[in-house]
Design a protein around this ligand. Sequence first.
Ligand code: HEC
Ligand code: HEC
Length: 264
Amino acid sequence: MTRAGVFGTDGMKRMAGAVAALFIVLATASVSGEALAIDKLEKGVPEAVTDIWAIARGGQLYDKWWAVMEADAPKTTHPAYPAAGKQKGAATWRCKECHGWDYKGKDGAYGKGSHFTGIKGISGATGLDANKLHDVIMDKTHGYTGTTIPHSAMEKLVLFIGRGQVDMDKYIDRQTKKARGNPSRGGALFQTVCAICHGFDGKTINFGDDKEPEYVGTVASENPWEALHKIRNGQPGVPMIALAALGDQDHVDILAYAQTLPQK
Ligand code: HEC
Ligand code: HEC
């Protein structure tokens, strides 16, 4: 397997100094067209890990990479985050913060409001060569290094960007936020797959607090793009399933059903 199979792990950030420097060299050298790095230190991950699994994991990294890697959150505001932007600190290092849950940046849902940055999305990067993507993510603007986002994680991000995106405008009406799915089909999926953790009404887990509760129904209706991203890829850093191996229509049907659930 690849060199990253030996060196790479999402927990790599703990490596320091000379070892980290060596890693960067290896990381740059081994990204081209080689088979997917297998992360032996990642608990229970088998030898023959599937692309779909790695893509979904890349989607979680896109969401909040340090939560996936159980690393500390960045303490600064990202240098490329526009001064006029409303966010600050760790949040500004999340890929989704500049490029959007719908992958369309300023041309999507983040084209206005408190998450506006004026930065373009990643949808144009679909299908780009893995080396090119790697270089973009590691460029000066982005400021990620082999220590913040180690090679094995970078490979998964690259896979997600190259192959894991969907055109959300096809599935979610931008104006009404309504999912273009079949809620009764979605209901069967939700009740058999999601309810075990979130409850039949989606209210077992509160993502907000007592004063401002946030449930599956809340997120599905208020931020359907985020909900769709998470239905496909899972939630970083917690045991939640990813449904990337199912079809787009399954995801959208679940979303349509989740939009019928109570929001408070
Ligand atoms: C603080 C803002 C910010 C964050 C966070 C950020 N990016 Fe970017 N990204 C940019 C800017 C700025 C560009 C260049 C856009 C341009 O050329 O107009 C860019 C460009 C890109 C492109 C190329 C898009 C294209 O079509 O050319 C990709 C791919 C990309 N970023 C991936 C990522 C990934 C993956 C992450 C998270 C690990 C990330 N970005 C986090 C600001 C950000
Ligand atoms: C094995 C348990 C489990 C299953 C199954 C599961 N989830 Fe989750 N889900 C979680 C946990 C845990 C969280 C994180 C809660 C937190 O951060 O407070 C979460 C978070 C979420 C969030 C993100 C909320 C946010 O704002 O960050 C959404 C949306 C969501 N789940 C929807 C679903 C849907 C839809 C399904 C079915 C396709 C599903 N989940 C299946 C455990 C699960």
